[in-house]
Design a protein around this ligand. Structure first.
Ligand code: PMT
Length: 407
């Protein structure tokens, strides 16, 4: 069940007798490698206690929308951004109705309104309630809104009835949840991604670098693997572990990143460059530690080779996606880079805005092609990465590149 490794799951529990099964579901999700945070409605707490769910998941359980203590920890907007998926099991008839209406009158419904993550529901209710015209109308509207409906099963119910309305078993919900992360749009494709900063040595103990944490590049690698691609990640020095099934090519300097990129780019279909490569490196690296006696000193810098532009200039270039980190005139500078570096697409990233860009967990970007733009609102880097990969998979056409048609 590797698809769930490191996935961030909000398990929403609403009022129904099947709530006792949510305890087992949370354990199964955690055993499969997921991080689980539980949100319970008022009614759910009549069936199972928050303490039980807290003990099982090792995380505080969220129950109230207007709780200053909880908001000071992980507030509802943060929770909504944190989630890779919101799984509501059991989903009662009342909860389905409230969700279908777009209500935000408790924590769970508000979270559903505030998240970009997919929302899955495992309905559980009496068979007559399930077949009621109102529930069926709500179901139709939830499906039209893009919600994922898991089940319900048909069989004996807690109330003694037999019919449709039983919540699927936790093991079945586990498999269906894992499937949500199993995309194959890029299967058979090789994607090379650069990530993190580079370090440019001044002497044996000092170097020039920047604030890149690698989070954006690593999230893209994870999303590309999820989409079925073979992924090679050329990474500068960061403190992250490579996502499962990603081949890591560790490098330190811009020159090493350039060499790795030029070796791998001819083998790939798509090249994505979120790395914050140093634009300049010391012209001469001192062999011994430079003494700190002079009051001032000069370091002569020389320009590094532009990696993403070199890849885009290859005769049989891959679909090449650059990033543009800017502190002013974001779209204007990004459009220039798209054109000058002859890229197929560029991701414009405002690195002056609070809470996004370098080293943060969130990002907000604009995807730019020669003829159009697409803005992705602030969300976790993992969500942004999924949207970027999905968008690239829709636009990627091995025969058409910027400025030329091949094949
Ligand atoms: O790593 P994180 O902390 O998660 O932060 C993510 C990020 C802010 C670093 C990322 O989202 C981002 O914006 N990356 C681009 C960083 C950058 O160096 O941008 P730039 O505008 O200076 O460069 C434009 C493009 O040229 C980039 O694709 C860059 O990788 C590439 N480049 C630059 C210099 C060089 N010598 N070779 C290159 O390939």
């Amino acid at each position: 069940m590797h698809q769930l490794t490191n996935k961030q799951i909000i398990l929403g529990i609403t009022g129904g007798i099947a709530a006792y099964k949510s305890a087992e579901l949370s354990r199964l999700l955690i055993d499969a490698g997921a991080n689980v945070r539980v949100v319970m409605t008022q009614a759910a707490q009549e069936f199972i206690t928050p303490l039980t769910m807290q003990a099982l998941t090792g995380n505080p359980v969220h129950t109230k929308l207007l709780d200053p203590a909880a908001e000071a920890g992980m507030g509802h907007i943060e929770l909504a951004r944190w989630a890779d998926i919101v799984l509501i099991a059991p989903a009662s008839a009342n909860f389905m109705a409230r969700l279908a209406q777009g209500r935000g009158d408790d924590l769970l419904t508000t979270l559903c309104l505030a998240t970009h993550a997919p929302i899955a529901l495992a309905p559980a209710m009496n068979q007559v309630m399930w077949q009621d015209v109102n529930t069926q109308r709500n179901l139709k509207s939830l499906l039209e809104d893009g919600k994922i409906i898991m089940g319900p099963a048909h069989g004996a119910q807690a109330c003694g009835d037999i019919g449709p309305g039983r919540m699927l078993e936790p093991a079945e919900l586990l498999v269906l949840t894992a499937k949500q992360f199993e995309l194959t749009v890029l299967s058979g494709k090789h994607i090379v991604i650069t990530a993190g900063p580079t370090r440019e040595a001044i002497d044996p103990v000092r170097y020039i670098t920047n604030h890149s944490s690698g989070k954006m590049g690593y999230a893209l690698a994870e999303a590309a693997v999820e989409a079925g691609a073979k992924v090679t990640l050329i990474s500068g020095p960061v403190s992250l572990s490579a996502p499962p099934r990603v081949t890591l090519e560790p490098v330190v300097s811009a020159q090493q990143m350039y060499e790795a990129a030029m070796r791998l780019a001819p083998t790939c279909d798509i090249f994505i460059a979120p790395a914050a490569v140093a634009d300049y490196s010391p012209a001469n690296v001192a062999q011994q530690k430079i003494k700190s006696t002079p009051k001032t000193m000069m370091i002569e810098l020389k320009q590094t080779t532009d990696i993403v532009a070199s890849v885009a200039a290859l005769p049989d270039k891959p679909y090449t996606v650059g990033f543009a980190a800017e502190t002013q005139d974001l779209l204007g500078y990004a459009q220039n880079k798209l054109k000058n570096k002859k890229l197929d697409m560029i991701v414009a990233n405002d690195v002056a805005a609070e809470g996004i860009g370098f080293d943060s967990d969130d990002n907000a970007v604009t995807l730019i092609w020669p003829d159009r733009n697409l803005t992705l609102e602030q969300s976790s880097k993992r969500q942004i990465a999924r949207q970027i990969i999905q968008t690239i998979s829709q636009h990627y056409d091995p025969k058409i590149h910027y400025g030329k048609i091949t094949g």
